[in-house]
Structures are given as structure tokens and as C-alpha cells.
Design a protein around this ligand. Structure first.
Ligand code: SAH
Length: 436
């Protein structure tokens, strides 16, 4: 029986509301988002105070404060996902998404010789929905993973979301251990008995053979923005508007700023966004994977070094002016996969970016959908599965704008399989799913 059939045989569709919500890869900022209201939020007050004392701030500093300030940050204080939030993501739309990613990790684990143990590390796990679907696949394929010692490690800055993740993933039969000031700020056991720990920083996750997952995580990391001018590159900064009280505006730095060092000498665009935090994380992941094995799977909306101004905001499933009511709306910028590839510094091999549609098709989404439809006689559930499939796969929806990108050890592509001594196949998703 194929792996997809085995997963399906034990479990039918999990109820998931298909919300006709807004997905963040869908829009670009027009720069003309409605701005009739400019409420003075606590975050705006904080930023005005900061700018008055030290001068205009970079867009990266603005994003960092607005999104992850420990007291008032957008991500730290709310649940922004789903119908009642500000935007919707693939795992919240369809269970099939997480199931196929679960199969990807197992398939990589098998292809690299079934290590006796692995860590699954997720960066920015949102509500824990994606991981919940992955862990369900791990349970259903328990016979395959029987002798493997698995642990889960979540990197999450949001206290609010980490509580929701704990609710989704653990039954709290074993009470969670909490230690606010410690690098491992929460610990517990998942519903299926796997140890799970929470960290604020990837650096604190133990090193060792690991699979890393980041879905719609890199797009929220702070970007620096630069504009080409006759005088050379100038960084875009955020200042107080002298004409309107309590209003922010974009300005250009009068001279070169240190972050300019991130721009490539052969850059041909007139406007670029660079995300040094993403570079640091990719370097860390690459070093770890090169040293101890495993893989990283990164999925996000983005481009391969071609786009320019993609910085935008979302609130209540609508585009939102990034400078209005900071702290109440999500801020995001497209991921530059060419930059991620460069930052891996060839310590590992990179695959992709390839479109979500191609990746999911290679992973067998059509077979999985058919199995679920065949097993389900409830019309509303069938409709929900079909709607979810269309949202994920349609090129006009999430099929093309979202991309998959992976980092694997060089020997994964060029070496020989330890168990079978056979040449390696390409990791599933980036080629056809080979594990049956
Ligand atoms: N992966 C989820 C959620 C995406 S939203 C999904 O696809 O549904 C972004 C997630 O990253 C949230 O969980 C947010 O709290 C977290 N996050 C944002 N900035 C972070 C940072 N600097 N470090 C760790 N987590 C962060």
C-alpha cells in the first residue's frame, strides 16, 4: 500500500473550516491603502518617542518593534490567524498540506538512512495546526518510525501563540513546565507522547540530527529597504511627519548607512529589500545541517531576487497602510530566495524555489485528495476538501505565489544511501515522491 493510502486508511478528513480569507502572498501594497483613521496606538506613541530621542529609524527597526516588541508587539499579543484574525495560511486551510509535509520529513529520514533519532524544529509555528497535522501522520506511520526517538522543538517569540500551540499539541495530561527567563521557556509532551520544548531563539535549540520547518516565517523578519539615487544607494527610513501630528512618513537617509553593505555590487534593481536576520538564520541552519545532517524545508511567498517594493501590511483580511496604527496590523515582505541561497554559502545544497503547486503535486496531493473524497460521504466535508485543494493549488490563488525551498547536506544529493548503497534520489517534492 502506498504511504498516502496508509495515512488515509486510518483517518478521514479532519474538520477544518475553509475560510474565504485573505492570504498574505496575494497582494502587493499599492501605497494607497485607506488611511482615513490614524489612531494613536501605544506602539505609535512608543515609536514617536523613540524617533524624537534618537532620530529616524530603519524599516527593519520599525518592523522589529511593531511585530515583536516584548510588551506591545503585534505577534506577541494576539492570535492573528484565521477568519477572526488578519490573514489565513495554508495549514489553516487544509489538513492535506501538513500531511504531505509530514510525509516529506519521513521520506527524507528514510532516504538518509533512518537515523535512530531526530529533532523536528519548527520556526514560527502559529497556532500549531501545521505541526498537529504532521504529528498525526507520524502517529499513523508509527510502524515505520517505531524505533526512532523523536523530539519537537518550537521557536516562537509570542507568549500568546505559544499557549495556543500548547493547547493544540498537548493534552496537558502531563502538566507543562514553565520557566519564563530560561532559553527553554516551556516544556511538555505531545498528545502522542513526544517531548516538546519552546524557545525564543534558534540558537538555543540543541544541535543534532534535525529537520527544520519554516512556513510563512521568513516573510515577517525585518527588512532594510534601499532606493537607488543619483548619489548612490540610500536607505529608506521612517520619521515623524512634520505636517501632521502623530503621523509617520518615509524619508531617505541623507547619506550612506551601514546596512548598505548587504547590497550586492552587481545589483541592477532600483529598489531592494534585504533581510539580514534571515541571512543569520540560514547560516545557522546550513552550519547545523552540514555538521549533523537533516534538512530544512522553507515555504513562503517570495521571489528569486527580482522584486522590489513588497513591504505591506494586513489587518482584518484587508491591505493596510504599514505606517498607520502600528501594532494593530501584520507587516510582511516577500522572501528573497536568491538571498537565502547565497547565505547558505554552499555549506549545504539548496533546492528550489519551486511553486507550491508543483511541490504539492510531486508529493501526491491529487492521490491524497482522491482518497479523502472517496472515504467521505458528507457533502459539506467533500466541498471543504475541494475548496481547500483549489486554494492551495490554483496558480491564481496560492499555487504559484508560494514557493518551497530546501537545504540538504551535499552528500544527500551526490552521495550513496547508507542502507541500500544505492544512489540517492532527489528529495521528494522537488522530484516525484519515491517512497511507497
Ligand atoms: N507557520 C504558521 C504561522 C505563520 S505567522 C502558519 O503558517 O500558519 C508567523 C509566526 O512566526 C508566528 O507564530 C509568530 O509569532 C512567529 N514569529 C514572528 N517573528 C518571530 C521571531 N523573530 N522569532 C520566532 N518566531 C517569530
Amino acid at each position: 500500500m502506498s504511504v498516502l493510502a496508509r495515512v488515509a486508511a486510518r483517518r478521514l478528513a479532519a474538520a477544518r473550516a475553509v475560510i474565504p480569507g485573505l492570504w498574505r502572498g496575494q497582494y502587493f501594497s499599492s501605497g494607497k491603502e485607506p488611511a482615513e483613521n490614524n489612531p494613536v496606538t501605544p506602539m505609535l506613541r512608543h515609536l514617536i518617542y523613540k524617533i524624537k530621542s534618537t532620530g529616524p529609524i530603519t524599516v527593519a527597526e520599525y518592523m522589529r518593534e511593531v511585530l515583536t516588541n516584548p510588551a506591545k508587539g503585534y505577534y506577541v499579543t494576539r492570535d492573528m490567524l484565521g477568519g477572526k484574525g488578519d490573514f489565513i495560511t495554508s495549514p489553516e486551510i487544509s489538513q492535506i498540506f501538513g500531511e504531505l509535509l509530514g510525509i516529506w520529513f519521513i521520506s527524507e529520514w528514510i532516504a538518509t538512512g533512518k537515523n535512530a533519532a531526530f529533532q523536528l524544529v519548527e520556526l514560527g509555528p502559529g497556532r500549531g495546526t501545521l505541526l498537529g497535522d504532521i504529528l498525526r501522520v507520524f502517529s499513523q506511520l508509527g510502524s515505520v518510525l517505531r524505533n526512532c526517538d523523536i523530539s519537537i522543538h518550537l521557536v516562537e517569540v509570542s507568549q500568546k501563540l505559544s499557549e495556543i500551540q500548547a493547547l493544540t499539541l498537548t493534552e496537558e495530561k502531563v502538566p507543562l513546565e514553565r520557566e519564563a527567563g530560561s532559553p527553554v521557556y516551556m516544556k511538555g509532551v505531545t498528545k502522542s507522547g513526544i517531548p516538546i520544548s519552546w524557545y525564543r531563539d534558534l540558537q538555543d535549540v540543541p544541535k543534532g540530527y534535525s529537520f527544520y520547518l519554516a512556513h510563512e516565517f521568513f516573510d515577517v523578519l525585518p527588512v532594510h529597504k534601499f532606493q537607488k539615487t543619483p548619489q548612490g544607494w540610500r536607505e529608506v527610513l521612517i520619521d515623524i511627519d512634520p505636517q501632521v501630528s502623530d503621523k509617520l512618513r518615509f524619508v531617505l537617509a541623507p547619506c550612506a548607512t551601514p546596512a548598505e553593505a548587504f547590497i550586492q555590487c552587481d545589483e541592477t534593481r532600483n529598489h531592494v529589500e534585504v533581510c539580514p536576520d534571515a541571512g543569520v538564520i540560514i547560516q545557522e541552519l546550513s552550519q547545523r545541517i552540514a555538521l549533523t545532517g537533516g534538512a530544512a524545508l522553507i515555504a513562503d511567498y517570495g521571489h528569486d531576487g527580482t522584486k522590489t517594493d513588497t513591504f505591506r501590511g494586513f489587518c482584518d483580511h484587508k491591505l493596510h497602510d504599514v505606517l498607520i496604527a502600528p501594532g494593530t496590523a501584520d507587516l510582511t515582505a516577500d522572501v528573497d530566495f536568491s538571498y537565502l541561497r547565497r547565505m547558505s554559502q554552499e555549506k549545504v545544497a539548496s533546492l528550489g524555489p519551486i511553486s507550491q503547486q508543483t511541490f504539492l503535486r510531486n508529493m501526491g496531493i491529487d492521490v491524497r485528495l482522491k482518497i479523502l473524497l472517496d472515504k467521505s460521504d458528507e457533502p459539506s466535508l467533500r466541498e471543504q476538501l475541494l475548496q481547500g485543494y483549489r486554494m492551495l493549488m490554483n496558480p491564481e490563488k496560492m499555487g504559484e505565489r508560494f514557493n518551497f525551498f530546501a537545504l540538504v547536506p551535499h552528500q544527500r544529493l551526490h552521495g550513496r544511501n547508507r542502507q541500500t548503497n544505492a544512489c540517492q534520489s532527489k528529495p521528494s517534492g522537488f522530484g516525484e515522491l519515491v517512497w511507497r
